[in-house]
Design a protein around this ligand. Structure first.
Ligand SMILES: Cc1cc2nc3c(=O)[nH]c(=O)nc-3n(C[C@H](O)[C@H](O)[C@H](O)COP(=O)(O)OP(=O)(O)OC[C@H]3O[C@@H](n4cnc5c(N)ncnc54)[C@H](O)[C@@H]3O)c2cc1C
Length: 455
């Protein structure tokens, strides 16, 4: 058996893993990324290819390095289409937005980590975490049939949604969030299709509810003639036939006549709140492996980049203080919650709300709410309602006043939840009490919406 020793082992060469490794390597520590795919395939990730906020990406792999992958920077708004409810709504998207060549982007983030000094071991599937006295001390893996062991001071898990690593360790004495179920995730599938003529919505990210089940479809233009088309559904709902339903929708849109499929991929994505804690002694989970995804839009690239950086910095501090305990790593959780975790938890309340209503009610309601307000709710976590806007909304949604009233009640609870996340504890000692209070707010949310408990 081969044994490698590093300061830090990072599992997964995605965005989270690459940013973590770049941060650690830049500080002069020995870090390896262990990636199950081969060098050719690494960076090929199922995604809608929409990248938001790249101008503020961490400097460890700056935007300037990623720009060669930006194939459409003309895109500046979302378009919500619900033809059966006669709704078409343009929603402004604040900040910088691009649609990217995702494979090229994936290669560039890995290159960023390697140029910073990280090693990458491809073709190596991590099988389990190694744990001694409750502390994670490395991983076991298999490289082309041969067992390999990695020993390290710290392990960073960037292995993506439903990371199998987390099932191989005993976290019963740690704060690490183990309240994780399939039903909190979405199953999604996308194709890259080439069309004959440029689409006339080249500047928009187009969303649409699916015909069957409570799912959603998207069409994101990578170029005027190369479109990322995909769909997904929450796994708590009735399963969809992803490939067949996508085909059926494309056949009904004339711009996709004679379209050719260039690539296909499917995956799970966390449409749930950020893990309450992403740490255990010697271990930090980043990106999808800790649900750092906007649970409404499904955007997770930015969350993975930032949490990768925060985890890298925390790992360095732990090594320098020779303290790998949760207390030592806790600041990582605080930074994640402060940056986006609280906002994502509040947004998830609307996902919970939506499971208790008919999709036709919700789309009609969405059509009645001004796009700017939806945009504010989506990107700042909450939004104020001016009396004039409220009146206009009420008039346009007059057939759905019960749903509006329930939505308003749910919004109050989402705001309460957001406030509570602002009091996220600054040490593990306050964690249980904070969670108890948060769960009490969640109970009120389930009671108000009539939805089944998600957690
Ligand atoms: C269909 C779909 C559409 C999406 N659309 C968008 C979008 O438009 N915009 C957006 O911002 N986000 C989108 N997302 C979410 C986004 O893709 C993820 O949030 C982001 O890629 C997370 O990065 P990550 O580094 O955490 O994980 P990943 O990018 O999934 O990387 C994980 C890496 O770990 C490797 N790995 C996994 N298990 C092992 C193992 N056992 N051993 C070794 N290596 C392992 C994988 O091969 C992979 O390279 C979408 C997701 C899906 C599924």
């Amino acid at each position: 058996m081969t044994t490698h020793e590093y300061d830090v082992v990072v599992v997964g060469a995605g965005t989270g893993g690459s940013y973590a490794a770049a941060t650690i390597a830049e500080a002069g520590y020995d870090v390896v990324i262990v990636e199950r795919k081969d060098a050719e395939e690494a960076g090929h990730i199922a995604c809608g290819d929409a990248l938001k906020g790249a101008n503020n990406f961490p400097e460890e792999i700056p935007k300037s390095r990623l720009e060669p992958a930006f194939t459409n920077t003309a895109v500046d708004h979302g378009r919500f289409e619900a033809p059966r409810q006669d709704v078409e709504l343009d929603i402004p998207v604040p900040g910088e937005l691009a649609v990217i060549d995702r494979k090229k982007y994936g290669e560039l983030v890995i290159e960023g980590a390697v140029d910073a000094g990280a090693e990458v071991h491809y073709d190596t599937v991590v099988k389990s975490l190694k744990q001694e006295d409750g502390r994670v001390t490395g991983v076991t893996a298999v490289k082309r049939g041969t067992p390999v062991t990695y020993e390290a001071e710290m392990v960073i898990d960037g292995a993506g949604a439903l990371s199998i690593l987390q099932d191989t360790a005993d976290f019963s004495e740690a704060t690490f969030d183990t309240n994780v179920r399939f039903s909190q995730f979405s199953s999604a599938y996308r194709e890259i299709v080439e069309v004959d003529e440029p689409v006339d919505w080249y500047d928009a990210l187009v969303f649409k509810p699916t015909k069957r089940s409570a799912g959603y479809l998207w069409y994101f233009p990578r170029t005027p003639t190369e479109i990322n088309v995909g769909l997904g559904f929450q796994m708590s709902e009735e399963p969809m036939k992803l490939v067949g339903d996508l085909r059926e929708d494309l056949q009904q849109r004339e711009e996709f006549e004679n379209a050719t499929v260039k690539d296909k991929l499917g995956a799970a994505l966390p449409t749930r709140r950020t893990y309450d804690s992403g740490t255990a002694p010697g271990y930090i989970a980043v990106g999808d492996a800790a649900a750092h995804v906007n649970p409404i839009s499904g955007g997770g690239i930015a969350g993975a980049a930032y949490s990768g950086k925060y985890a890298g910095q925390q790992a360095i501090e732990a090594i320098e203080s020779e303290d790998y305990s949760e207390a030592s790593l806790w600041e990582y959780n605080s930074r994640v919650m402060d940056h986006f975790g609280g906002r994502y938890a509040a947004l998830d309340v609307y996902n919970i709300f939506s499971t208790a209503y008919e999709i036709s009610d919700l789309t009609a309601l969405a059509g009645a709410i001004p796009g700017r307000q939806i945009s504010e709710a989506l990107y700042s976590g909450s939004s104020g309602v001016s009396p004039l806007l409220a009146l206009r909304t009420l008039w346009r949604a007059r057939g759905h006043l019960d749903t509006i009233r329930d939505l308003y009640g749910t919004k109050q609870l989402a705001d309460r939840l957001l406030d509570h996340y602002e009091d996220y504890p600054d040490a593990p000692a306050g964690f249980d009490a904070w969670k108890d209070q948060r769960d009490a707010i969640m109970d009120d949310i389930y009671a108000e919406t009539g939805a089944e408990a998600k957690y």
